[in-house]
Design a binder for this molecule. Structure first.
Ligand SMILES: Nc1nc2c(c(=O)[nH]1)N=C([C@H](O)[C@H](O)COP(=O)(O)OP(=O)(O)OP(=O)(O)O)CN2
Ligand SMILES: [Zn+2]
Length: 135
């Protein structure tokens, strides 16, 4: 018998889980006046956030490993690319905002569950600048 007891959780309580992955890539910003219009690179950090209020029998909203696996597979699609050359960033400007929307759209079908949903993506371009997208 491996079942464990559960603590009471109020109906309006929520758990927010986050995992972080990274990718390295080059880009330039189209239509931007400044040095970011020139080719340059970042080590982007991507924070993936899942929200839920029900725990499974193990006591988890979702296994961090499940989140990391999905996030890593998605980051892999951009890793070591020149973003302006690959879809959708060959036509959509590769800003942190657009990269956040892209991660959200890529990951939502994999991570959304009846009791948990992808709730936010944060993209850090460097140690000082980040954007968070919630939908
Ligand atoms: N809202 C946004 N602003 C900027 C973005 C973006 O994606 N969304 N991107 C850039 C450039 O990609 C730039 O490389 C990053 O600029 P910044 O964060 O200012 O970093 P720097 O190292 O160039 O600047 P410091 O002043 O040294 O921090 C620009 N803006
Ligand atoms: Zn940049």
């Amino acid at each position: 018998m491996n079942d464990s007891a559960a603590l009471p959780i109020p109906a309006n309580a929520q758990f927010t889980l986050t995992v972080e992955v990274e990718f390295a890539a080059a880009h330039h910003l189209r239509g931007y006046e400044g040095n970011c219009a020139r080719l340059h690179g970042h080590n982007w950090k991507v924070i993936v956030e899942v929200t839920g209020n029900k725990l499974d029998k193990v006591g988890m909203v979702m296994d961090f490993k499940t989140m990391k696996k999905a996030a890593r597979a998605t980051a892999e699609q951009l890793d070591h690319y020149y973003l302006n050359e690959i879809p959708p960033f060959d036509t959509v400007n590769p800003t942190a905002e657009n990269i956040a929307v892209w991660f959200f759209d890529e990951l939502s079908s994999t991570l959304n569950r009846p009791n948990a949903r992808l709730s936010g993506i944060t993209i850090w371009e460097n140690d000082r600048s980040a954007v968070t997208y919630r939908a």
